[in-house]
Unconditional design. Structure first.
Length: 81
């Protein structure tokens, strides 16, 4: 199979040349809402956990974030790469 993006031969789940996934999602309502959420609001996972943690134990939540324990948290300020 060839990559739909750069036309290089692909063996596996990703193109080794441009890193595009071989799986291409169908464009439907769920896809549009997910892309909107990811690109505009920069929220995909951890939003409700972060909100709950800020109310239950804000000090520990902030300390964990500053210490680099960020996997389960939402970024407080989203930035573009």
């Amino acid at each position: 199979m060839n990559c739909k993006n750069c036309d290089q031969k692909i063996e596996g789940n990703y193109c080794t040349n441009c890193r595009q996934s071989t799986k291409v999602d169908d464009i439907n309502v769920a896809y549009v809402l997910r892309e909107l959420s990811d690109s505009v609001f920069q929220v995909n996972k951890g939003l409700f956990y972060s909100i709950k943690a800020m109310f239950v134990s804000p000090g520990r939540n902030i300390r964990d974030y500053l210490d680099g324990k960020r996997q389960h948290l939402v970024k407080p300020i989203a930035h573009s790469p």
